[in-house]
Design a protein around this ligand. Structure first.
Ligand SMILES: Cc1ncc(COP(=O)(O)O)c(C=O)c1O
Length: 325
């Protein structure tokens, strides 16, 4: 296989490997494949939307030299935006929850990002909560260019144009199930839309952390009161525009404990060090495979790198403190 040669770091975004999880799939009829999104330069799937959304805004004249970009992010979109901002010379302000792993915050600071920590104990409706702070800032400072990945369908479109075609090509059109964590939903619904257009019976299956509102809305059209969960990057306290839940065939709920158990299994059995949401994805993919009685191809994602979580997911003290061992 040819290695990529890039004139610009941003050309290194995408074209990540799709890898068969031989050990995890060993006793299952279906094969589970994982797209290693942590091999993007910023270490996550979010490099794709960062590059795409900024370049589209530039193209449409909405973002101009000298502007400051603003976003709220669990850290991965922030990292992707930071790389794009460094390459293109923009300033960047990022709102993250104060529970975001120290590694992610440190990396953003190294990249010169203005990191604003939102108090995670504030109610979601509070104007300074994680969900509202960037919006409040954007309303008060119209010169800021607010990406708004949770409500901006360019997020989904970026995956429709890149991730979807890659999965289709790399699986030689054999993908039967695409299952992955829903944060903004951009990956599942963007790439999923492309896959469905190629093969109408591809099943799209979401993964939600217990405590997020998506699962109960999808299953029972009931908006539950959200509760705290610790896996970063997935689920939400609100319904959001990019999470096009009606496109799903099914959704699985995964606890923090199960996500941790499976991300450790992924490291122990396959040699892959990924973040907690990848553990949730593998847990759900295995549950799905156990229900399938025929040969099938299940594709999921390793959304980000485990190196971003050495102080949390891979730290026994943190796991013990949070009752996750
Ligand atoms: C670690 C991680 N996993 C999963 C996701 C979910 O991706 P999406 O927002 O496309 O649904 C995200 C999004 O931020 C993430 O950071």
């Amino acid at each position: 296989m040819l290695r990529k040669r890039c004139d610009n770091l941003l050309d290194a975004v995408g074209n990540t490997p799709l890898v068969k999880l031989h050990h995890i799939s060993k006793n299952l009829k279906a094969d589970i494949w994982a797209k290693l999104e942590y091999m993007n330069p910023g270490g996550s799937v979010k490099d794709r939307i960062s590059k795409y959304m900024i370049e589209k805004a530039e193209h449409e004249g909405k973002l101009n030299p000298g502007n400051t970009i603003l976003e709220n992010s669990s850290g991965n979109t922030a990292m992707g935006l930071a790389i794009v901002a460094r390459q293109k010379g923009y300033d960047l302000k990022i709102v993250v929850r104060d529970t975001t792993s120290k590694e992610k915050v440190k990396m953003l600071e190294i990249l010169g990002v203005d990191v604003i920590l939102a108090d995670s104990s504030l109610l979601p409706e509070h104007p300074e909560s994680y969900n509202n702070l960037a919006k409040t800032l954007a309303e008060n400072h119209p010169s800021l260019f607010y990406i708004d990945q949770h409500n901006n369908l360019d997020n989904n479109e970026s995956h429709y144009k890149t991730l979807g075609p890659e999965i289709w090509d790399q699986s030689h059109g054999e993908v039967d199930y695409f299952i992955t964590a829903v944060g903004t939903g951009g990956t599942l619904f963007g790439a999923g839309k492309f896959l469905r257009e190629q093969k109408s019976d591809v099943k799209l299956i979401g993964v939600d952390p217990i405590g997020s509102v998506f699962y109960d809305w999808f299953k029972h059209k009931k908006l539950i009161k959200p509760s705290r969960y610790l896996i970063e990057g997935m689920g939400d306290e609100f319904l959001i525009k990019t999470a096009q839940l009606d496109m799903m065939d099914d959704m699985y709920q995964v606890s923090d404990k199960d996500a941790i158990k499976w991300v450790k299994k992924l490291a122990a059995e396959e040699g892959i060090i990924a973040g907690g949401s990848s553990g949730a994805n593998i847990c759900a993919a295995v549950r799905l495979a156990e229900q399938i009685d025929t040969e099938a191809t299940i594709v999921t994602l390793c959304c980000d790198s485990g190196y971003k979580y050495l102080s949390t997911v891979y730290n026994d003290e943190w796991l013990t403190k949070n009752n996750l061992i």
